[in-house]
Design a protein around this ligand. Structure first.
Ligand code: PLP
Length: 392
């Protein structure tokens, strides 16, 4: 009957929407009524895709490059990605280990599908990127959230992984720089995690999607640690400004590539062809010069917003070194960060993301600010937040 609720598979019960979507929908409503909203909730760069990448995509389209590529990706792009690791990190990666995917999302999906049996556990920090938890659920695994504290830079404590590991645990997923905290893991921290999961023959999945957006600390890649039991996920979405092109990759241990290939063939045949051709221009000196300029702009925004928010009484332990997020403790103002976000939008016209989108550990104390809008708008947002707090 039309209007009846569909009988969804049981696994759908664990798949939550993004709560920020309710905020966003309300923001759109207010905008339609003529209110003007400062958007600090958006998790993608405000900049357009760099010109040389767009141009390469346009040329590919005109040349009729509209057929499938191999499921593992264009050989030239896999080589270019390997070359990027050599150029930036002096790490040798065999292009045969690079699997091109529809976004980091496609990469996480492939890896978790290949790795997790029903009933098996995957550990992950909370707060963290929520889709990881949902993908594990989709494969009938069990996501185990490990609460991480602001005072520890939102990093897993040394023994937290070991204490929570048992015979059913298959993997640990971490992101660096992280969403929503912007915190960066150093190579020593990554090495500790790698050794902790390898001891019981577990796997480490490192999501490096915000790589390139790192400020005042050296950049590393987990690929420097080795090959076995290690999957490194990345994407053209964030640093390269290509969210809508849906293109990412995973560097997998050699022995896993045939399984990922088989899965990719069955799940999506291949990543978008035009996007792959466009991305061949992503590592050119022209593009990298544009991206470096943008990185510096993000850094200036971060510095401004960090100072401004902490000045207003938001608690942020340490200046996050990466991504484009600040994860702020709002417990000085409210016991319910979701309600705080709702009121901030209604009463001040500023949209931010509530902590509950990133897990449940102390989520009601936190909100995420994204500095994916220009300095002028950030200043306007801060002015409005200051007036809102003053009104109580
Ligand atoms: C930590 C993290 N991983 C993965 C993704 C997925 O990105 P995409 O599929 O666009 O590459 C996101 C998107 O926000 C993210 O924040």
């Amino acid at each position: 009957m039309p209007g009846d609720r569909p009988r969804l598979a049981r696994r759908m019960a664990g798949i939550e929407p993004f709560h920020v979507m309710a905020i966003l929908a309300r923001a759109r409503e207010l905008e339609a009524q003529g209110r003007e909203v400062v958007h600090m909730e958006v998790g993608e760069p405000d900049f357009p895709t760099p010109g040389p990448v767009v141009e390469a995509g346009r040329r590919a389209l005109e040349a009729g490059r509209t057929h499938y590529t191999p499921a593992l990706g264009l050989p030239a792009l896999r080589e270019a990605i390997a070359g990027w690791y050599r150029a930036c990190f002096s790490v040798e990666v065999d292009p045969a280990r690079v699997v091109v995917t529809p976004g980091a999302s496609g990469a996480l999906l492939l890896v978790l599908a290949a790795l997790v049996d029903p009933g098996e556990k995957v550990l992950m920090p909370d707060p963290g990127y929520p889709c990881n938890r949902h993908m594990v659920r989709l494969f009938e695994g069990e996501a185990v959230s490990l609460g991480v504290k602001a005072a520890q830079g939102f990093a897993l404590a040394n023994d937290q992984v070991i204490r929570n590991w048992d015979a059913r645990t298959r993997a640990l997923v971490v992101a660096t720089p992280a969403n929503p905290t912007g915190r960066v893991l150093g190579l020593e921290q990554l090495r500790f995690l790698y050794e902790a999961v390898r001891a019981p023959d577990g796997h480490l999945i490192v999501d490096e999607i915000y790589q390139g957006l790192v400020y005042d600390t050296p950049e590393v890649t987990a690929l420097a640690l080795g090959e076995e039991n290690l999957f490194v996920v990345n994407s053209f979405s964030k640093f390269f400004g290509m969210t809508g092109w849906r293109l990412g990759w995973v560097v997998a241990p050699r022995v896993w590539v045939p399984a990922l290939d088989r899965l990719a063939q069955n799940l999506f045949l291949a990543a978008p062809t035009l996007s792959q051709h466009a991305a061949l221009a992503a590592f050119s000196p022209e593009t990298l010069a544009i991206l470096e300029e943008r990185r510096q702009i993000f850094q200036r925004r971060r510095d401004y917003l960090f100072e401004a928010l902490t000045g207003l009484g938001f608690r942020i332990e340490g200046r996050p070194e990466g991504a484009f997020y600040l994860y702020a403790d709002v417990s000085a103002f409210t016991g319910d960060s979701f309600d705080f976000c709702r009121r901030l939008l209604e009463e001040a016209g500023v949209a931010v993301t509530p902590g509950r989108d990133f897990g449940s550990y102390r989520a009601e104390r936190f909100v995420r600010f994204a500095y994916t809008t220009d300095l002028e708008r950030l200043e306007l947002g801060v002015e409005r937040i200051a007036a809102f707090l003053e009104r109580g």
